[in-house]
Ligand binder design. Sequence first.
Ligand SMILES: Cc1cc2nc3c(=O)[nH]c(=O)nc-3n(C[C@H](O)[C@H](O)[C@H](O)COP(=O)(O)OP(=O)(O)OC[C@H]3O[C@@H](n4cnc5c(N)ncnc54)[C@H](O)[C@@H]3O)c2cc1C
Length: 330
Amino acid sequence: MSRSLSRPEGFQLSPAPEIVVNLYNKKNTFAARVVDKYRISHASSPNHCWHVILDITDSEMAGKYRIGQSLGVFPDGRFNNHEFNYVHQSLTNQVRLYSIASAYWGDDWHGNTVSLCVKRELGEDAETGKLVMGSTSNFICDVQPGDLINVTGPVGKSFLLPENPLDYHYVLVATGTGIAPYRGMIIELFNQGFEGEIWLIFGVPYSTDIMYDDAFTYFAEKYPNFHYHTAISRENRNAKGERFYVQDALEENQEKLVPLLEKPNCLMYLCGLKGMEYGVYPWLYRIKSNLVSLPEDMTFDQVDKLPRDAREWIRIERSRDKTRLLKETY
Ligand SMILES: Cc1cc2nc3c(=O)[nH]c(=O)nc-3n(C[C@H](O)[C@H](O)[C@H](O)COP(=O)(O)OP(=O)(O)OC[C@H]3O[C@@H](n4cnc5c(N)ncnc54)[C@H](O)[C@@H]3O)c2cc1C
């Protein structure tokens, strides 16, 4: 495992590539061969997540993607409109995005692979009660080494590490598969000699859902400047006796996090389930951070009680400092 985490002795890293996007699109996909895949959630977890490594050696993308970008995956039709044992596959001919989970040098150190972290999406047909499997996520989780996956991208310019990434500190907050880009970011930073502070706050429902725990534990044991905390919502309780979310883990570590977040060279990243910001922004108000502003006509209590579909969130979102508080939720 540590083979893909720590640079082989004497190995010289190439500099980060220029940012490029959309080298491949829906009309011009690249057929990437699956090199390897392994389960990253616990076998007993109902949230089945896999790390999938793709070979991109013969593509324009080799050595050219940046961590924080995503790849598009286009299921090839094999699984579409498929029904067996009363299980339906949902229909899509749309590209689905998956965050890149490997450093820009891939899990092979030469930029010839790119890795994804994918959770099987399952749903139930409201009328028939039949199980419906999300088409692309299940397609990816079902592939075997040697299979081909049609990919597009890379996509995205707004969730990247900054230029001169070693000059910053990072507070990385993830829920679920939002952990994917942080795996690559943490591998990149520590292998480049990072000496600042990184806090990783990772929220999942159950401890069996924690992904890449061995990798993050490895870095936490090796680097005292890496602080790894989990928020297991359905197993832990906050001070009020309620479910323990990422904002509760932020609050628990507030004494250290507040002075860090006050530094102009500290960046905060949020990645994962849409709606996680509704828990994190009130915490930012509480600590009087200027990463996001409280609307002038609202009190903190009003924001704290805002329903998730309230229009005010649009105004609040507009006030986010997009240079220091980066967000990718889906
Ligand atoms: C920027 C970005 C990055 C992302 N990164 C990741 C990542 O790193 N890892 C990851 O796993 N995901 C990621 N996603 C989410 C991903 O793109 C897909 O949305 C997700 O995998 C579901 O796609 P799908 O094709 O499997 O499901 P879909 O076919 O789109 O179905 C979505 C859901 O609806 C249910 N459904 C479909 N049809 C029906 C029906 N008729 N009745 C009832 N239920 C139904 C399905 O079971 C499923 O739960 C990311 C999204 C974005 C925007």
